[in-house]
Design a protein. Structure first.
Length: 163
């Protein structure tokens, strides 16, 4: 049975596609790619159908990750098929929990940086969209740091499942 993870930011062109690409690579490295499905979406539909921001693609590819992506908007109906919804900041967390049709669905929503013990109380991944390339590099560092803890949890939750 497939375990499904969806990363969510605002427009699905910067932070969430970066998290999707990095985590998909971690899942493949761990040999879980047949067992775990990874995707992403935005809380809004402004960029639906667009590729990732060119700066996101550049940073991802420079670090050996896949930059291919098509933006889409998160739908409340997706909760029923998702096991984990990973928000990139507190605003997304709040929006997603309000969209959740049931308390059980709301409990599926977690902040990405909650998986990084070094993050402390600052659990938001800042939006790099209005800044320079250094903001995208910082975003990648935060995503990579949290991905290890997230992978450990997903590995634990998928233990015993068959692809």
């Amino acid at each position: 049975m497939t375990y499904r993870v969806c990363f969510v930011c605002t427009g699905n062109i910067c932070r969430s596609p970066m998290a999707e690409s990095v985590f998909r690579a971690r899942v493949a490295e761990a040999g879980l790619d047949g067992l775990v499905e990874v995707d992403s979406a935005g809380t809004g539909g402004w960029h639906e159908g667009d590729g990732a921001d060119p700066r996101t693609v550049s940073v991802l590819e420079e670090h050996g990750y896949d930059g291919a992506h098509t933006a889409r908007q998160f739908r409340s109906s997706w909760f029923s098929r998702l096991d984990l919804v990973v928000a990139l900041d507190a605003g997304h967390l709040k929006t997603l929990r309000l969209l959740a049709p049931t308390p059980e669905d709301a409990a599926k929503v977690r902040l990405l940086r909650s998986y990084d013990p070094a993050a402390g109380d600052d659990l938001d991944v800042p939006d790099p969209y209005y800044g320079g390339l250094d903001g995208f590099e910082e975003c990648l560092e935060m995503v990579e740091a949290a991905s290890e803890g997230l992978l450990a949890e997903v590995r634990e939750r998928t233990e015993g499942r068959v692809a």
